[in-house]
Design a protein around this ligand. Structure first.
Ligand code: NAD
Ligand code: DAU
Length: 358
């Protein structure tokens, strides 16, 4: 048996692939375009592992995906690949439409053709799992209940609108064609290999570099934070036991205003890597112009996945954020390579030795 993962060189995808192969002998075909966000260095520990087959390519490349499906005959396809950064979607939405909407559509068509031709038993066992976000539900007021699976979709950014569209396509391919799909809508992740354009890693690397810590607006926007390994375990649970056509909200019951997150990161750095001049990293916090259309609050009601699939996060925010800060302190080379873009050279080297099958 084999699974095919798209976007497995990104933040969540690479954590998923690493965790999967640490727990199972089932091979992973990892299809990733290696945009600025894809980094094979995340998967360096898998070099030489025959159960990891990396293929550089676009999820919307029908010819390539058709060939990979025919060649490897996966029992499941997990779709992590996406343009994922809200600020980038505001500056340039086109890539988001291309990958998140058109790319998902084309992937669904490849998978549908493959799945339709499977023998009955394989067809019944096959799964398409789409990894999505809580941002499709829009924004909450302070007193609103957290997002449940039956919340209306009200996406507010080009990113969340593109993810909402992809969720609708996945849903429609189930209702119209019977494709056995599952969708997860998760809250904000954090942890190892998080690209330092996103809040938590940006604050860690800027703090250590003596730079400003830019907090948008009043810093009172609320996000619901989940350690990335807990998101990965939730996806594995949904893949194993999720009901076909259903969506599952995934979250850690960890709502926190941004400013509190930044202060906690500063306090951990003060403890683990105190500044020579004895001042706190918190002195580097700077309030800057707000993100346009900034959603005020996200919160996830995770009771469905807890009740139906027995999933619960293993980390609290305190344990997860400490592990995260420790990981960045222990991996300055990873940060330096990402910041200098030199991981692209590393990729070229990696390719030369890995002989990818595409
Ligand atoms: P990321 O930006 O770190 O990684 C995305 C990966 O997809 C990269 O490796 C990139 O090279 C690849 N990719 C982009 N376009 C591609 C294309 N056209 N074809 C093939 N590969 C392509 O993103 P992430 O944070 O790991 O998010 C992964 C998924 O999880 C996304 O679908 C995102 O919407 C969703 N999600 C993310 C979060 C979060 O907090 N990061 C929370 C909930 C859901
Ligand atoms: O909710 C899930 C989503 O979480 C995912 O679908 C997205 O892919 C992921 O990027 C993330 O989106 P956010 O916009 O919530 O994440 P980001 O890290 O960009 O920002 C988190 C919060 O911090 C948000 O309220 C904006 C704020 N922020 C962010 C940056 C980068 C700042 O105040 N300063 C910053 O410099």
């Amino acid at each position: 048996m084999t699974i095919l993962v798209t976007g497995g060189a990104g933040f969540i995808g690479s954590n998923f692939v690493l965790d999967w192969l640490a727990q199972s002998n089932e091979p992973v075909i990892n299809l990733d375009k290696l945009t600025y966000a894809g980094n094979l260095e995340n998967l360096a520990s898998l070099q030489g592992n025959p159960n990891h087959v990396f293929v550089q390519g676009d999820l919307g490349d029908r010819e390539l995906v058709d060939r990979l499906l025919a060649e490897h005959r996966p029992r499941a396809v997990l779709n992590f690949a996406a343009e994922s950064h809200v600020d980038r979607s505001i500056h340039g939405p086109e890539d988001f439409i291309q990958t998140n909407i058109l790319g998902t559509f084309r992937l669904l068509e490849s998978v549908r053709a493959y799945w339709s031709a499977l023998p009955a038993d394989d067809k019944a066992a096959f799964r398409f799992l789409h990894v999505s976000t809580d941002e499709v539900y829009g924004t909450l007021a302070k007193e609103d209940p957290p997002f449940a699976e039956d919340n209306r979709y009200e996406p507010n950014s080009p990113y969340s609108a593109s993810k909402a569209a992809s969720d609708h396509l996945v849903r429609a391919w189930h209702h119209t064609y019977g494709l056995p799909v599952l969708t997860t809508n998760c809250s904000n992740n954090y942890g190892p290999y998080h690209f330092p354009e996103k809040l938590i890693p940006l604050m860690i690397v800027n703090a250590l570099a003596g730079k400003h810590l830019p907090v948008y607006g009043d810093g009172q926007q609320i996000r619901d934070w989940l350690y990335v390994k807990d998101h990965c375990s939730a996806i594995r649970r949904v893949l194993e036991g999720g009901r076909l056509g259903e969506t599952y909200n995934v979250g850690g019951w960890n709502e926190k205003p941004n400013i509190e997150i930044v202060q906690r990161v500063c306090a951990l750095l003060d403890e683990l890597r105190p500044k020579a001049d004895g001042t706190s990293y918190a002195t580097q916090i700077t309030y800057v112009t707000d993100r346009p259309g900034h959603d005020r609050r996200y919160a996830i009601d995770a009771r469905k996945i807890e009740r139906e699939l027995g999933w619960k996060p293993a980390e609290t925010f305190e344990t997860g954020i400490r592990k995260t800060v420790e990981w960045y302190l222990a991996n300055p080379d990873w940060v330096a390579h990402v910041q200098s873009g030199s991981y692209r050279d590393w990729v070229a080297k990696q390719y030369a030795s890995e002989a990818p099958s595409a």
